[in-house]
Write a protein that binds this ligand. Structure first.
Ligand code: SME
Length: 159
């Protein structure tokens, strides 16, 4: 099943960006990342699992997540998987069908599509937001714009 019916709309994205500040207000460090992933996972129906990875040396380390289950991929070498690729390239990756992408590292059998958005500070990638979708083609260029705006806010708070 495709996700086009319940994908994020431009109006929702605008509202969520306003609400995000309130969701993260008053917290810092990991608790603000916990607040962010919970907020995204509970606000957008297509965001089935949401995680924040932080760069630690040559790896990405899972710092906060929200969704139905934990992932075994809590440490991913930069360059490996869709996550590692996005961190190395410093740009957003959208995979509309994970079964067709040889880079994909499987976490959940239910995942059909994925978007990974780097969080950068002064030109360096410091982390990323990883969202798994249970439907094919769950993420559009609007999700990219929205999550890139979220990543800019996150970078201001965390770096
Ligand atoms: N699928 C990711 C690994 C992380 S899990 O989705 C939580 C990847 O290919 O890098």
């Amino acid at each position: 099943m495709k996700a086009s019916g319940n994908r994020l709309t431009r109006e929702q994205a605008r509202e969520l960006l306003v609400k995000l500040d309130a969701a993260m207000a008053g917290s810092s460090g990991r608790s603000s990342r916990e607040a962010l992933v919970k907020f995204l996972n509970s606000s957008v129906p297509t965001y089935s699992w949401v995680g924040v990875y932080l760069v630690e040396g040559k790896d990405l380390v899972l710092d906060a997540w929200a969704g139905p289950a934990a992932t075994e991929h809590t440490r991913i070498p930069i360059g490996k998987g869709v996550c590692g690729f996005a961190a190395k390239a410093g740009r957003t990756e959208i995979v509309s069908d994970v079964s067709k992408d040889p880079r994909y590292l499987q976490c959940f059998l239910s995942t059909k599509s994925e978007i990974v958005v780097p969080i950068s500070n002064q030109g360096s990638v410091i982390g990323e937001i990883d969202v798994d979708g249970d439907q094919l083609d769950a993420f559009s260029s609007l999700d990219r714009e929205f999550l890139e705006a979220v990543a800019r806010k996150a970078s201001n708070v965390w770096s």
